[in-house]
Design a protein around this ligand. Structure first.
Ligand SMILES: [Zn+2]
Length: 445
């Protein structure tokens, strides 16, 4: 580690990087008028060791190259697995894994192109979930041993930390955790890994990215309590991100045949997955047991902002839970879901519309604008290259990325271009909530 990085950012205080109320005298960082600092908290990469991992696999998720296609393809979906045996020359399974997913230079170029000052990097899905959900029977026991998975997480986090050190003041990251069924018997190792994220070894870590799978049983699994306890104590926020969507049959046989591409799975499946995951956490009492645990929800909280009231309504009228409460067996929460959203939950602004953005702001109540943080979901949803003759494009187009432009326009449209509130969402909130302090000798963006 270079000496300049030893002066690096202070880790979050016990109050946490996500304390919604700044201490007296420390007001939220405000951007300069008309030239907001833009912070992207939702931006992914696959570092080298993760690519190696995917290339070594023979079942999803995996990485494969196909003749006539310049980029290797990332195959994530179970429905694409049969296509691996007989891939169509023009439509091989998966999506092209361009250098935008793997190259730090490409990430910085993207940031510069869109005037993004700071990015908080995270490993893109499916993280290390596949070790717990789809045992790879083609690999050896050694490959999937807990020690190997722990080592993979440490290596990935180290690679992210080194990327951040290459561009001080511009890059931070959310770490990945080695969650898998054997973690329950291996909590000491997990505790050590999580605790290390707040040490000088990982000075640019600002939280962890987490899927909805947990240890294979979802995030309402009591076995996760020690992890939530630790994250709360260390003031490390969770960046909760969907991956599984909804079962493919929900979308009908035509979707199962691939006629609708990935649109329904991504646009509708992902937001429901997020809402269901948080709903399960809420009903299982996670937020009551860990009231200082902070969670940042991807994609503006998915469907949750517009459905939280319905959850509350159903809870009020649920006879079974009412009876459980009367018998002193739980059943009711100490706070409404709305109160949880206003106190423990933060949202990114990756919602692509003014209607969705208003819902995300409304979910946070009066302080909703202060709980929203800009993101791009780069490098997913690229501008498509021309003349590739393929739905997803083999390469990326030259223009601005629609995910950036549309999300930026939604912020400006709802809050007013150049306004103080727009500046908070575009960057000020993230700087405050994630404690993105300026480093000595850092880069100017
Ligand atoms: Zn994402």
């Amino acid at each position: 580690m270079s000496s300049k990085n030893k002066k690096n950012p202070q880790k979050p205080s016990q109050e946490g990087p996500s304390n919604p109320t700044p201490p007296p005298g420390e007001q939220p960082t405000q951007p300069k008028a008309n030239k907001p600092i833009i912070v992207d908290i939702h931006t992914h990469m696959y570092p080298p060791s993760y690519i190696d991992l995917l290339q070594s696999r023979t079942t999803i998720p995996l990485l494969r190259s196909f003749p006539g296609h310049p980029s290797p393809r990332l195959v994530l979906l179970p429905s694409e697995l049969p296509l691996l045996s007989h891939p169509s020359p023009s439509h091989p399974p998966g999506r092209p894994l361009t250098e935008s997913y793997t190259s730090l230079d490409a990430k910085i170029a993207f940031m510069d192109k869109h005037s993004i000052s700071i990015s908080v990097l995270s490993l893109a899905n499916p993280w290390l979930d596949f070790f717990s959900t789809s045992p790879d029977t083609t690999t050896t026991t050694t490959t999937t041993s807990p020690d190997t998975i722990n080592a993979a997480a440490i290596k990935i986090n180290t690679e992210f930390e080194l990327m951040c050190q290459t561009h001080p003041n511009r890059l931070y990251f959310f770490a990945v955790l080695p969650l898998h069924p054997t973690t329950t018997t291996n909590l000491t190792n997990l505790t050590e890994i999580v605790s290390s994220l707040t040490t000088s070894t990982f000075p640019h870590c600002r939280g962890i990215i987490l899927g909805t799978n947990g240890l294979g049983l979802g995030l309402d699994d009591p076995a996760l309590d020690p992890l939530f306890h630790l994250l709360q104590d260390l003031a490390l926020p969770i960046f909760l991100h969907p991956h599984y969507g909804l079962p493919n049959q929900v979308f009908g046989p035509r979707a199962e045949r691939g006629e609708y591409g990935h649109v329904l799975a991504l646009a509708l499946g992902f937001p429901m997955e997020t809402a269901v995951a948080v709903g399960r956490m809420y009903l299982s009492g996670v937020f009551d047991r860990f009231p200082r645990l902070k969670i940042i929800l991807a994609h503006g909280g998915g469907a949750l902002p517009v459905l939280a009231g319905r959850v509350e309504s159903c809870l009020r009228c649920d006879g079974f839970l009412y009876k459980m409460e009367k018998e002193g067996k739980g059943g009711r929460m100490e706070r409404s879901m709305g109160e949880v959203l206003r106190s423990q939950v933060f949202l990114d602004a990756v919602v692509y519309s003014e209607v969705g953005l208003r819902a995300a702001i409304g979910a946070g109540g009066e302080g909703g604008v202060g709980r929203l943080m800009f993101g791009t979901d780069h490098p997913f949803f690229p501008p498509l290259g021309e003349g590739e003759g393929e739905g997803e494009g083999e390469g990326e187009g030259e223009g601005q990325w629609g995910s950036v432009v549309v999300n930026r326009e939604a912020v400006d449209g709802v809050l007013g271009e150049g306004s103080e509130e727009a500046g908070m969402v575009l960057g000020g909130n993230a700087i405050r909530i994630l404690n993105l302090r300026e480093e000595e000798g850092g880069e100017e963006s």
